[in-house]
Write a protein that binds this ligand. Structure first.
Ligand SMILES: Cc1cc2nc3c(=O)[nH]c(=O)nc-3n(C[C@H](O)[C@H](O)[C@H](O)COP(=O)(O)OP(=O)(O)OC[C@H]3O[C@@H](n4cnc5c(N)ncnc54)[C@H](O)[C@@H]3O)c2cc1C
Length: 416
Protein backbone atom coordinates (compact mmCIF):
# COMPACT_ATOMS: atom_id res chain seq x y z
CA UNK A 1 0.00 0.00 0.00
CA UNK A 2 1.39 3.44 -0.89
CA UNK A 3 0.69 6.85 0.66
CA UNK A 4 -1.80 7.57 -2.16
CA UNK A 5 -4.06 4.61 -1.49
CA UNK A 6 -4.48 4.95 2.26
CA UNK A 7 -7.92 6.49 1.96
CA UNK A 8 -11.03 4.26 2.03
CA UNK A 9 -14.78 4.46 2.22
CA UNK A 10 -14.72 1.94 5.08
CA UNK A 11 -12.02 0.49 7.35
CA UNK A 12 -13.07 -2.72 9.09
CA UNK A 13 -11.07 -3.61 12.21
CA UNK A 14 -11.23 -7.39 12.65
CA UNK A 15 -11.40 -10.08 10.00
CA UNK A 16 -13.29 -12.73 11.96
CA UNK A 17 -16.33 -14.22 10.23
CA UNK A 18 -18.42 -11.06 10.79
CA UNK A 19 -15.74 -8.64 9.57
CA UNK A 20 -14.89 -10.81 6.56
CA UNK A 21 -18.53 -10.95 5.51
CA UNK A 22 -18.96 -7.22 5.96
CA UNK A 23 -15.91 -6.59 3.75
CA UNK A 24 -17.41 -8.79 1.04
CA UNK A 25 -20.81 -7.03 1.32
CA UNK A 26 -19.31 -3.54 0.96
CA UNK A 27 -16.94 -4.80 -1.77
CA UNK A 28 -19.86 -6.24 -3.74
CA UNK A 29 -21.56 -2.83 -3.51
CA UNK A 30 -18.46 -1.18 -5.02
CA UNK A 31 -17.14 0.58 -1.90
CA UNK A 32 -13.40 0.89 -1.26
CA UNK A 33 -12.66 -1.13 1.85
CA UNK A 34 -9.63 -1.95 4.03
CA UNK A 35 -10.08 -5.10 6.13
CA UNK A 36 -7.50 -5.17 8.92
CA UNK A 37 -6.84 -8.27 11.03
CA UNK A 38 -4.09 -8.85 13.56
CA UNK A 39 -3.67 -12.50 12.48
CA UNK A 40 -2.10 -13.86 9.31
CA UNK A 41 -4.81 -15.39 7.02
CA UNK A 42 -2.82 -18.64 6.77
CA UNK A 43 -2.89 -18.91 10.60
CA UNK A 44 -6.65 -18.26 10.66
CA UNK A 45 -7.14 -21.10 8.18
CA UNK A 46 -4.84 -23.54 9.98
CA UNK A 47 -6.46 -26.39 11.89
CA UNK A 48 -5.36 -25.34 15.43
CA UNK A 49 -6.95 -21.87 15.17
CA UNK A 50 -10.67 -22.66 15.39
CA UNK A 51 -12.23 -26.12 15.59
CA UNK A 52 -15.79 -24.85 15.69
CA UNK A 53 -18.52 -25.54 13.23
CA UNK A 54 -21.44 -23.15 13.00
CA UNK A 55 -25.12 -23.82 12.63
CA UNK A 56 -25.94 -21.49 9.73
CA UNK A 57 -29.64 -20.59 9.79
CA UNK A 58 -31.64 -20.23 6.56
CA UNK A 59 -31.51 -16.41 6.71
CA UNK A 60 -27.70 -16.49 7.09
CA UNK A 61 -27.40 -18.92 4.19
CA UNK A 62 -29.27 -16.36 2.11
CA UNK A 63 -26.83 -13.64 3.16
CA UNK A 64 -23.87 -15.82 2.15
CA UNK A 65 -25.63 -16.75 -1.09
CA UNK A 66 -26.32 -13.09 -1.90
CA UNK A 67 -22.65 -12.28 -1.31
CA UNK A 68 -21.52 -15.09 -3.63
CA UNK A 69 -19.77 -17.04 -0.85
CA UNK A 70 -22.23 -19.92 -0.36
CA UNK A 71 -21.54 -21.57 -3.75
CA UNK A 72 -17.80 -21.51 -2.91
CA UNK A 73 -18.42 -23.87 0.02
CA UNK A 74 -18.85 -26.69 -2.45
CA UNK A 75 -19.94 -29.81 -0.61
CA UNK A 76 -18.89 -28.53 2.83
CA UNK A 77 -22.35 -27.67 4.21
CA UNK A 78 -24.39 -30.40 5.91
CA UNK A 79 -28.16 -29.87 5.88
CA UNK A 80 -29.94 -30.11 9.25
CA UNK A 81 -33.03 -32.24 8.64
CA UNK A 82 -34.17 -32.90 12.22
CA UNK A 83 -33.38 -31.53 15.67
CA UNK A 84 -33.98 -33.59 18.80
CA UNK A 85 -33.96 -31.98 22.21
CA UNK A 86 -33.69 -34.23 25.27
CA UNK A 87 -32.97 -33.99 28.99
CA UNK A 88 -30.65 -36.30 30.87
CA UNK A 89 -27.97 -37.07 33.43
CA UNK A 90 -24.48 -38.40 32.72
CA UNK A 91 -24.17 -42.15 33.19
CA UNK A 92 -27.86 -42.80 32.49
CA UNK A 93 -29.23 -43.57 29.07
CA UNK A 94 -30.52 -40.32 27.45
CA UNK A 95 -34.22 -39.83 28.18
CA UNK A 96 -36.51 -40.10 25.17
CA UNK A 97 -36.53 -36.80 23.31
CA UNK A 98 -39.09 -34.24 24.45
CA UNK A 99 -39.02 -32.02 21.45
CA UNK A 100 -38.49 -32.99 17.85
CA UNK A 101 -38.21 -30.44 15.06
CA UNK A 102 -38.47 -32.11 11.68
CA UNK A 103 -37.89 -30.55 8.28
CA UNK A 104 -41.24 -32.01 7.24
CA UNK A 105 -43.07 -29.94 9.94
CA UNK A 106 -42.48 -26.82 7.84
CA UNK A 107 -42.05 -28.33 4.41
CA UNK A 108 -39.61 -25.57 3.40
CA UNK A 109 -36.39 -27.58 3.09
CA UNK A 110 -33.54 -27.85 5.63
CA UNK A 111 -33.75 -25.71 8.77
CA UNK A 112 -30.10 -24.76 8.40
CA UNK A 113 -26.66 -26.19 7.72
CA UNK A 114 -23.61 -27.09 9.76
CA UNK A 115 -20.40 -25.70 8.28
CA UNK A 116 -16.87 -25.75 9.69
CA UNK A 117 -15.74 -22.21 10.52
CA UNK A 118 -12.54 -22.97 8.61
CA UNK A 119 -14.56 -23.76 5.47
CA UNK A 120 -16.55 -20.52 5.87
CA UNK A 121 -13.31 -18.52 6.18
CA UNK A 122 -11.84 -20.23 3.11
CA UNK A 123 -14.92 -19.41 1.02
CA UNK A 124 -14.97 -15.78 2.20
CA UNK A 125 -11.25 -15.27 1.44
CA UNK A 126 -11.80 -16.66 -2.05
CA UNK A 127 -14.72 -14.27 -2.52
CA UNK A 128 -12.57 -11.33 -1.33
CA UNK A 129 -9.91 -12.14 -3.93
CA UNK A 130 -12.45 -11.40 -6.66
CA UNK A 131 -13.27 -7.95 -5.24
CA UNK A 132 -10.65 -5.41 -6.39
CA UNK A 133 -12.02 -2.68 -4.12
CA UNK A 134 -11.14 -4.58 -0.92
CA UNK A 135 -7.61 -4.49 0.53
CA UNK A 136 -6.78 -7.12 3.14
CA UNK A 137 -4.20 -5.76 5.59
CA UNK A 138 -3.04 -8.67 7.74
CA UNK A 139 -1.28 -9.15 10.00
CA UNK A 140 -1.91 -5.63 11.27
CA UNK A 141 -3.64 -4.24 14.35
CA UNK A 142 -5.84 -1.19 14.62
CA UNK A 143 -4.84 0.77 17.69
CA UNK A 144 -6.98 3.90 17.33
CA UNK A 145 -9.72 5.53 15.27
CA UNK A 146 -10.43 9.24 15.68
CA UNK A 147 -13.65 10.54 14.15
CA UNK A 148 -13.37 13.94 12.43
CA UNK A 149 -15.88 16.10 10.58
CA UNK A 150 -15.25 14.59 7.15
CA UNK A 151 -13.44 11.28 7.94
CA UNK A 152 -11.93 9.09 10.63
CA UNK A 153 -8.19 8.69 11.03
CA UNK A 154 -7.24 5.11 11.77
CA UNK A 155 -3.85 4.23 13.23
CA UNK A 156 -2.29 0.80 12.90
CA UNK A 157 0.21 -0.61 15.39
CA UNK A 158 3.02 -0.49 12.81
CA UNK A 159 2.51 3.28 12.48
CA UNK A 160 0.54 3.25 9.20
CA UNK A 161 -2.34 5.70 9.01
CA UNK A 162 -5.55 5.25 7.04
CA UNK A 163 -8.53 7.50 6.55
CA UNK A 164 -12.11 6.28 6.16
CA UNK A 165 -15.60 7.74 6.08
CA UNK A 166 -16.79 4.86 8.26
CA UNK A 167 -14.98 2.53 10.67
CA UNK A 168 -16.51 -0.85 11.53
CA UNK A 169 -15.39 -2.41 14.81
CA UNK A 170 -15.56 -6.15 14.16
CA UNK A 171 -12.73 -6.78 16.59
CA UNK A 172 -14.52 -9.29 18.82
CA UNK A 173 -15.70 -9.41 22.44
CA UNK A 174 -12.78 -7.42 23.84
CA UNK A 175 -13.14 -4.73 21.15
CA UNK A 176 -10.49 -2.05 21.52
CA UNK A 177 -12.38 0.40 19.31
CA UNK A 178 -15.58 -0.02 21.36
CA UNK A 179 -13.68 0.80 24.56
CA UNK A 180 -11.91 3.75 22.90
CA UNK A 181 -15.30 5.16 21.81
CA UNK A 182 -16.42 5.03 25.45
CA UNK A 183 -19.22 2.54 24.74
CA UNK A 184 -19.98 0.61 27.91
CA UNK A 185 -21.09 -3.02 28.01
CA UNK A 186 -23.30 -5.17 30.20
CA UNK A 187 -21.71 -8.56 30.67
CA UNK A 188 -21.65 -11.63 32.84
CA UNK A 189 -20.06 -15.04 32.80
CA UNK A 190 -22.07 -18.27 32.82
CA UNK A 191 -19.19 -19.94 34.68
CA UNK A 192 -19.20 -22.52 31.91
CA UNK A 193 -16.86 -23.36 29.07
CA UNK A 194 -17.78 -24.79 25.68
CA UNK A 195 -15.57 -27.76 24.81
CA UNK A 196 -15.39 -28.28 21.08
CA UNK A 197 -14.22 -31.34 19.14
CA UNK A 198 -15.04 -33.31 16.01
CA UNK A 199 -16.38 -36.81 16.52
CA UNK A 200 -16.18 -39.75 14.18
CA UNK A 201 -18.99 -42.27 14.67
CA UNK A 202 -19.97 -45.65 13.32
CA UNK A 203 -23.46 -44.88 12.06
CA UNK A 204 -24.54 -42.04 9.71
CA UNK A 205 -26.33 -39.15 11.43
CA UNK A 206 -28.95 -38.69 8.65
CA UNK A 207 -28.82 -34.91 9.17
CA UNK A 208 -30.05 -35.19 12.75
CA UNK A 209 -28.83 -32.60 15.31
CA UNK A 210 -28.99 -33.48 19.02
CA UNK A 211 -29.27 -31.01 21.88
CA UNK A 212 -28.99 -33.01 25.09
CA UNK A 213 -29.38 -31.08 28.34
CA UNK A 214 -27.15 -32.21 31.20
CA UNK A 215 -26.79 -30.63 34.66
CA UNK A 216 -23.57 -28.84 33.57
CA UNK A 217 -25.31 -27.40 30.49
CA UNK A 218 -26.17 -28.37 26.92
CA UNK A 219 -24.31 -31.14 25.11
CA UNK A 220 -24.82 -30.67 21.38
CA UNK A 221 -23.88 -33.16 18.67
CA UNK A 222 -24.30 -31.52 15.27
CA UNK A 223 -24.16 -33.34 11.92
CA UNK A 224 -21.20 -32.60 9.64
CA UNK A 225 -20.43 -33.73 6.12
CA UNK A 226 -18.45 -36.98 6.01
CA UNK A 227 -14.68 -36.58 6.42
CA UNK A 228 -11.91 -37.15 3.86
CA UNK A 229 -11.70 -40.86 4.71
CA UNK A 230 -15.52 -41.12 4.32
CA UNK A 231 -15.87 -41.30 8.13
CA UNK A 232 -19.22 -40.15 9.53
CA UNK A 233 -18.64 -36.98 11.55
CA UNK A 234 -20.42 -34.69 13.98
CA UNK A 235 -19.34 -31.54 15.76
CA UNK A 236 -19.45 -31.61 19.56
CA UNK A 237 -20.18 -28.57 21.72
CA UNK A 238 -20.01 -29.78 25.30
CA UNK A 239 -20.80 -27.24 28.02
CA UNK A 240 -18.91 -27.93 31.24
CA UNK A 241 -17.84 -26.52 34.55
CA UNK A 242 -14.52 -24.67 34.01
CA UNK A 243 -13.04 -26.56 36.98
CA UNK A 244 -13.60 -29.92 35.24
CA UNK A 245 -12.77 -28.90 31.66
CA UNK A 246 -8.92 -29.07 31.86
CA UNK A 247 -9.05 -32.72 32.99
CA UNK A 248 -11.45 -33.58 30.14
CA UNK A 249 -9.24 -31.81 27.60
CA UNK A 250 -6.24 -33.80 28.85
CA UNK A 251 -7.90 -37.25 28.46
CA UNK A 252 -6.53 -39.52 25.77
CA UNK A 253 -8.81 -40.16 22.79
CA UNK A 254 -10.17 -43.47 24.10
CA UNK A 255 -11.08 -42.01 27.51
CA UNK A 256 -12.56 -38.85 25.92
CA UNK A 257 -14.66 -41.09 23.65
CA UNK A 258 -15.96 -43.04 26.67
CA UNK A 259 -16.73 -39.78 28.54
CA UNK A 260 -18.82 -38.65 25.53
CA UNK A 261 -20.61 -41.99 25.29
CA UNK A 262 -21.49 -41.85 29.01
CA UNK A 263 -23.29 -38.56 28.34
CA UNK A 264 -24.69 -39.13 24.86
CA UNK A 265 -25.22 -42.89 24.59
CA UNK A 266 -24.54 -45.08 21.56
CA UNK A 267 -27.29 -44.04 19.13
CA UNK A 268 -24.56 -43.14 16.57
CA UNK A 269 -22.44 -46.18 17.52
CA UNK A 270 -19.02 -45.82 19.14
CA UNK A 271 -17.72 -42.24 19.32
CA UNK A 272 -14.11 -41.30 18.59
CA UNK A 273 -12.68 -37.75 18.78
CA UNK A 274 -10.62 -36.72 15.76
CA UNK A 275 -8.33 -33.69 15.47
CA UNK A 276 -7.88 -31.12 18.21
CA UNK A 277 -9.99 -29.99 21.17
CA UNK A 278 -10.84 -26.42 22.06
CA UNK A 279 -12.33 -24.66 25.05
CA UNK A 280 -14.20 -21.31 24.99
CA UNK A 281 -15.31 -19.38 28.11
CA UNK A 282 -19.04 -18.63 27.84
CA UNK A 283 -20.70 -15.39 28.81
CA UNK A 284 -23.13 -12.74 27.70
CA UNK A 285 -22.05 -9.30 26.50
CA UNK A 286 -24.19 -6.45 25.21
CA UNK A 287 -22.87 -3.07 24.15
CA UNK A 288 -25.06 -0.20 25.39
CA UNK A 289 -24.86 1.41 21.92
CA UNK A 290 -23.99 -0.09 18.55
CA UNK A 291 -22.82 3.17 16.96
CA UNK A 292 -20.79 6.31 17.65
CA UNK A 293 -19.74 9.08 15.24
CA UNK A 294 -18.35 7.34 12.10
CA UNK A 295 -18.25 4.02 13.99
CA UNK A 296 -20.46 0.90 13.87
CA UNK A 297 -20.01 -2.14 16.12
CA UNK A 298 -20.48 -5.50 14.43
CA UNK A 299 -20.73 -9.14 15.56
CA UNK A 300 -19.21 -9.98 18.94
CA UNK A 301 -17.90 -6.44 19.37
CA UNK A 302 -21.60 -5.55 19.82
CA UNK A 303 -22.97 -8.74 21.40
CA UNK A 304 -21.91 -12.19 22.52
CA UNK A 305 -24.40 -14.83 23.62
CA UNK A 306 -24.33 -18.44 24.87
CA UNK A 307 -24.06 -21.00 22.05
CA UNK A 308 -27.05 -22.93 23.48
CA UNK A 309 -29.11 -22.14 20.37
CA UNK A 310 -26.20 -21.79 17.87
CA UNK A 311 -27.19 -18.20 17.07
CA UNK A 312 -24.18 -15.93 17.79
CA UNK A 313 -22.79 -15.82 14.27
CA UNK A 314 -26.31 -15.75 12.81
CA UNK A 315 -26.90 -12.53 14.77
CA UNK A 316 -23.60 -11.21 13.40
CA UNK A 317 -24.59 -12.03 9.82
CA UNK A 318 -27.88 -10.18 10.30
CA UNK A 319 -25.78 -7.22 11.51
CA UNK A 320 -23.77 -7.48 8.28
CA UNK A 321 -26.90 -7.46 6.13
CA UNK A 322 -28.47 -4.52 8.02
CA UNK A 323 -25.30 -2.39 8.06
CA UNK A 324 -24.65 -3.08 4.38
CA UNK A 325 -28.19 -2.05 3.47
CA UNK A 326 -28.25 1.08 5.67
CA UNK A 327 -24.90 2.31 4.28
CA UNK A 328 -25.42 1.31 0.64
CA UNK A 329 -28.89 2.92 0.52
CA UNK A 330 -27.35 6.13 1.89
CA UNK A 331 -24.52 6.11 -0.65
CA UNK A 332 -27.06 5.55 -3.45
CA UNK A 333 -28.82 8.72 -2.29
CA UNK A 334 -25.54 10.60 -2.80
CA UNK A 335 -24.67 10.77 0.91
CA UNK A 336 -21.49 9.42 2.45
CA UNK A 337 -20.94 5.99 4.12
CA UNK A 338 -20.41 7.44 7.61
CA UNK A 339 -23.69 9.36 7.55
CA UNK A 340 -25.08 9.60 11.10
CA UNK A 341 -28.65 8.78 10.05
CA UNK A 342 -27.53 5.60 8.29
CA UNK A 343 -25.75 4.51 11.47
CA UNK A 344 -28.80 5.34 13.56
CA UNK A 345 -30.95 3.24 11.19
CA UNK A 346 -28.52 0.32 11.63
CA UNK A 347 -28.63 0.62 15.41
CA UNK A 348 -32.43 0.75 15.58
CA UNK A 349 -32.70 -2.20 13.22
CA UNK A 350 -30.35 -4.47 15.14
CA UNK A 351 -31.17 -3.57 18.74
CA UNK A 352 -34.46 -5.44 19.15
CA UNK A 353 -33.35 -8.70 17.50
CA UNK A 354 -30.18 -8.70 19.61
CA UNK A 355 -31.93 -7.99 22.93
CA UNK A 356 -34.58 -10.61 22.18
CA UNK A 357 -32.05 -13.35 21.38
CA UNK A 358 -29.79 -12.39 24.31
CA UNK A 359 -32.83 -12.67 26.63
CA UNK A 360 -34.01 -15.99 25.17
CA UNK A 361 -30.57 -17.64 25.25
CA UNK A 362 -29.90 -16.35 28.77
CA UNK A 363 -33.21 -17.77 30.05
CA UNK A 364 -32.68 -21.11 28.30
CA UNK A 365 -29.12 -21.37 29.66
CA UNK A 366 -30.26 -20.78 33.24
CA UNK A 367 -33.29 -23.05 32.90
CA UNK A 368 -31.35 -25.96 31.41
CA UNK A 369 -27.97 -25.79 33.19
CA UNK A 370 -29.03 -27.35 36.48
CA UNK A 371 -30.43 -30.47 38.11
CA UNK A 372 -33.12 -29.00 40.36
CA UNK A 373 -36.05 -31.48 40.46
CA UNK A 374 -39.06 -29.12 40.09
CA UNK A 375 -37.27 -27.10 37.39
CA UNK A 376 -36.43 -30.29 35.50
CA UNK A 377 -40.08 -31.31 35.61
CA UNK A 378 -41.28 -27.86 34.49
CA UNK A 379 -38.88 -27.66 31.55
CA UNK A 380 -39.60 -31.23 30.43
CA UNK A 381 -43.34 -30.55 30.53
CA UNK A 382 -42.70 -27.30 28.64
CA UNK A 383 -40.73 -29.07 25.91
CA UNK A 384 -43.37 -31.78 25.60
CA UNK A 385 -46.10 -29.13 25.34
CA UNK A 386 -44.25 -27.27 22.56
CA UNK A 387 -43.74 -30.59 20.80
CA UNK A 388 -47.50 -31.17 20.70
CA UNK A 389 -48.48 -27.59 19.78
CA UNK A 390 -47.77 -27.56 16.04
CA UNK A 391 -48.26 -23.77 15.42
CA UNK A 392 -46.01 -22.89 18.38
CA UNK A 393 -43.41 -25.35 17.15
CA UNK A 394 -43.48 -23.84 13.66
CA UNK A 395 -43.15 -20.36 15.23
CA UNK A 396 -39.96 -21.41 17.08
CA UNK A 397 -38.60 -23.11 13.98
CA UNK A 398 -39.04 -20.02 11.83
CA UNK A 399 -37.35 -17.86 14.51
CA UNK A 400 -34.40 -20.26 14.69
CA UNK A 401 -34.14 -20.13 10.90
CA UNK A 402 -33.75 -16.35 11.17
CA UNK A 403 -36.57 -15.58 8.74
CA UNK A 404 -38.91 -13.62 11.05
CA UNK A 405 -39.21 -9.87 11.64
CA UNK A 406 -38.23 -6.84 9.59
CA UNK A 407 -35.45 -8.46 7.58
CA UNK A 408 -32.73 -6.80 5.49
CA UNK A 409 -32.83 -7.56 1.75
CA UNK A 410 -29.86 -9.94 1.88
CA UNK A 411 -31.52 -12.04 4.61
CA UNK A 412 -34.71 -12.19 2.49
CA UNK A 413 -32.65 -13.59 -0.39
CA UNK A 414 -32.75 -10.35 -2.44
CA UNK A 415 -29.84 -8.44 -3.94
CA UNK A 416 -28.17 -5.76 -1.83
C1 LIG B 1 -18.43 -23.05 21.42
C2 LIG B 1 -19.11 -22.09 20.48
C3 LIG B 1 -19.97 -22.56 19.50
C4 LIG B 1 -20.63 -21.67 18.65
N1 LIG B 1 -21.51 -22.15 17.73
C5 LIG B 1 -22.21 -21.29 16.96
C6 LIG B 1 -23.17 -21.76 16.02
O1 LIG B 1 -23.40 -22.96 15.87
N2 LIG B 1 -23.86 -20.85 15.26
C7 LIG B 1 -23.65 -19.52 15.40
O2 LIG B 1 -24.33 -18.72 14.72
N3 LIG B 1 -22.73 -19.03 16.28
C8 LIG B 1 -22.01 -19.88 17.05
N4 LIG B 1 -21.08 -19.41 17.92
C9 LIG B 1 -20.79 -17.95 17.95
C10 LIG B 1 -19.80 -17.56 16.84
O3 LIG B 1 -18.71 -18.45 16.80
C11 LIG B 1 -19.31 -16.14 17.07
O4 LIG B 1 -20.42 -15.30 17.22
C12 LIG B 1 -18.49 -15.64 15.89
O5 LIG B 1 -17.41 -16.48 15.61
C13 LIG B 1 -17.94 -14.24 16.22
O6 LIG B 1 -17.33 -13.71 15.09
P1 LIG B 1 -16.81 -12.20 15.09
O7 LIG B 1 -16.21 -12.00 13.75
O8 LIG B 1 -17.85 -11.27 15.57
O9 LIG B 1 -15.66 -12.16 16.23
P2 LIG B 1 -14.24 -12.88 16.31
O10 LIG B 1 -14.28 -14.23 15.75
O11 LIG B 1 -13.81 -12.72 17.73
O12 LIG B 1 -13.30 -12.01 15.36
C14 LIG B 1 -12.66 -10.84 15.79
C15 LIG B 1 -11.43 -10.65 14.91
O13 LIG B 1 -10.87 -9.37 15.20
C16 LIG B 1 -9.47 -9.47 15.21
N5 LIG B 1 -8.98 -8.35 16.03
C17 LIG B 1 -9.17 -8.13 17.34
N6 LIG B 1 -8.63 -6.95 17.71
C18 LIG B 1 -8.11 -6.41 16.58
C19 LIG B 1 -7.41 -5.20 16.30
N7 LIG B 1 -7.17 -4.29 17.27
N8 LIG B 1 -6.99 -4.96 15.04
C20 LIG B 1 -7.23 -5.86 14.04
N9 LIG B 1 -7.88 -7.04 14.26
C21 LIG B 1 -8.31 -7.30 15.50
C22 LIG B 1 -9.19 -10.86 15.78
O14 LIG B 1 -7.90 -11.30 15.37
C23 LIG B 1 -10.33 -11.67 15.16
O15 LIG B 1 -9.94 -12.25 13.91
C24 LIG B 1 -20.40 -20.27 18.78
C25 LIG B 1 -19.52 -19.79 19.75
C26 LIG B 1 -18.88 -20.70 20.61
C27 LIG B 1 -17.93 -20.15 21.67
Amino acid sequence: MTQQDDSFDVVIAGGGLAGLCQAVAFGVAGLRVALVDRDRPSDLLAEPFDGRSSAIARGSQQVLQGLGAWPLLGGEAQAIRDIRVSDGRPGRPPAPFFLHYAEADLGEGPMGHIVENRALRRALYRRLEALPGVALLAPASVVAAEAGASASRVTLEDGRRLTARLVVAADGKRSRLRAAAGIRVTEWSYRQVGLVATLAHERPHEGLAHEHFLPAGPFAVLPMVDGPAAEHRSSLVWTEDPAIAPALLALDNAAFGRAMERRFGLSLGRLRPIGGRWSYPLGLLLAERFVAPRLALLGEAAHAIHPIAGQGLNLGLRDVAALAEAVVDTVRLGLEPGDAQALERYQRWRRFDTLLLAGVTDTLTRLFSNDIGPLRLARDLGLAAVNRAKPLKRFFMRHAMGVVGELPRLVRGEAL
